[in-house]
Design a binder for this molecule. Structure first.
Ligand SMILES: Cc1cc2nc3c(=O)[nH]c(=O)nc-3n(C[C@H](O)[C@H](O)[C@H](O)COP(=O)(O)OP(=O)(O)OC[C@H]3O[C@@H](n4cnc5c(N)ncnc54)[C@H](O)[C@@H]3O)c2cc1C
Length: 439
């Protein structure tokens, strides 16, 4: 039996990390006026933080979740709030382009079939249109090569699309401030260094400037930095994932104008992409095992970002993988330079599920992490679920995200390491490598 107890009304709650999990939680706790909590968020930088996973031009918002009914339901609820938020902002932060989801074979595969089953069981069969080769090429002629290459079974879900995630973070940040959440930000004053404890009880945090901050409850939401700040018992590791941008010509923009958010065989190849945005940028990314950056001493992987290494691009082998896949799937990109690239960091959990639970080493520390590369879409709702867990409320989400000791699949910790050696395939490329070889 866990000794964890909900905080009393009027408690001071510290949240470490002002990204997707942290801000959404702060907003939920602060808007529950019956509890009268004092909520204080700490972060290393001004929000949105430059290298936070949640700070990006776009993230996919989808309900298509294979066999995870809980995630599908949370995504559907989140989409309702995304639509409400669009009414609160001058420019939409959520774009309902629909989702075009491929199986990478001539028939839909297990993951996609599970998604369809749950969406239909939830009463939304009318959102789905299954598409076969000819229908795909008729509607999206620029995908003919993909179809000819056997990526020819797909479905279109008319609900879903993408959010402008940095704008969404700004929106929630403002809502937090409007609801009385306090922020302590900065590389000394806001930077968590260590927990302050009395026995197994956490009584506060110490920041880099040496100040101790008392709290009745601490919630760790430091994203991919979490395992380098707290012993996560090897249940979460920081993995670097690849993002590239293109700036298509006017002609290509016209050709691709009906392209929705797409998953090209997401459950196996992992590539996905976005329509061209209003700034003329088309983003493509890869959801994969990613890269590690082990620190000296204990080997824990820590995020290496363009804030810590400002000349970083992406590893050579990633450029090769992107070009190879896009040649099969969207060859129109062959003539485009990669205009921007980034390694962005997941807190990868062993089973891909979030971990939102009391930490087993302490009586009263909550961790909310293990995003595994798919939490941004839940920004509008995840805080409500995390707040329930903080308040010790038992439900399907608290059980699914409970602290667990999962035996990893073979090779889970064994991923390529970002390298600096001149001949390493994982060294960062120069701008010459990012240019199209077709020009
Ligand atoms: C390449 C990539 C693509 C993705 N695509 C999608 C997608 O399409 N759809 C989707 O739903 N999700 C997507 N995600 C996942 C999504 O971005 C994350 O799940 C989400 O941002 C996780 O939120 P977080 O709050 O845990 O982490 P972050 O948003 O990274 O926030 C963590 C915060 O903790 C702060 N912090 C760290 N250390 C300290 C410290 N010592 N003291 C104080 N603060 C600290 C950081 O500065 C940061 O602000 C993607 C992620 C990546 C990397």
């Amino acid at each position: 039996m866990s000794s964890y107890q909900a905080p009393k009304a009027g408690s001071k709650i510290i949240i470490v990390g002002g990204g997707c999990f942290g801000l959404s939680t702060a907003l939920s706790l602060a808007t529950d006026k019956s509890k009268n909590y004092t909520v204080v968020v700490y972060d290393r930088e001004e929000i949105p933080v430059r290298d936070a996973a949640s700070n990006d031009i776009s993230k996919v918002v989808r309900m298509d979740y294979g066999d995870s009914r809980l995630c599908m339901e949370l995504a559907i609820d989140s989409i309702d709030v995304w639509n409400q938020w669009n009414k609160e902002t001058q420019v939409p932060i959520y774009h309902n382009t629909g989702m075009l989801i491929f199986s990478g074979a001539s028939q839909l595969c297990e993951n996609e079939l599970h998604s369809l089953k749950h969406i239909r069981n939830a009463g939304h069969a009318d959102w789905i249109e299954e598409l076969h080769g000819d229908q795909i090429t008729e509607r999206y002629p620029y995908l003919e090569t993909a179809v000819n290459n056997g990526i020819s079974a797909a479905y279109y879900n008319k609900i879903g699309g993408w959010c402008n995630s940095s704008e969404a973070i700004k929106h929630v940040y403002k809502k937090c401030k409007d609801n009385g959440v306090q922020f302590i930000l900065g590389k000394e004053t806001g930077n968590f260094e260590t927990l302050v404890c009395k026995g197994k009880s956490v009584t506060g945090i110490k920041t880099r400037d040496g100040t101790t901050h008392h709290a009745d409850r601490v919630i760790m939401t430091a994203g991919s930095w979490t395992p380098s700040l707290l012993d996560m018992k090897k249940q979460v590791i920081a993995t670097g994932q690849i993002v590239v941008h293109f700036r298509p010509s006017e002609k290509i923009k016209q050709t691709l104008k009906n392209l929705p958010v797409w998953f090209g065989d997401f459950s196996r190849a992992g590539f996905y992409g976005f329509p061209i945005n209003d700034d003329g940028v088309m983003k493509v990314a890869l959801h994969s095992t990613g890269y590690l950056n082990p620190r000296q001493g204990d080997g824990v992987s820590v995020p290496r970002t363009q804030s810590t290494n400002d000349q970083d691009t992406i590893p050579l082998r990633a450029v090769q993988e992107f070009r190879e896949y896009l040649q099969l799937f969207l060859p129109i990109t062959e003539e485009l330079d990669i205009t921007y690239s980034r390694v962005c960091w997941y807190a990868d959990s062993v089973d891909g599920q979030f971990i939102v639970a009391p930490h087993p080493d302490y009586d009263n520390l909550i961790v909310a992490t293990g995003d595994s590369g798919h939490a941004m879409k839940f920004l509008p709702m995840i805080g409500t679920r995390i707040a329930q867990i903080v308040e010790n409320i038992d439900n399907e989400y608290s059980r699914a995200w409970a602290w667990r000791t999962v035996q990893p699949r073979a090779g889970f910790y064994d991923r390529p390491i970002l390298g600096d050696e001149p001949n390493s395939p994982t060294r960062m490329v120069t701008s010459a490598h990012l240019r199209s070889s077709k020009l």
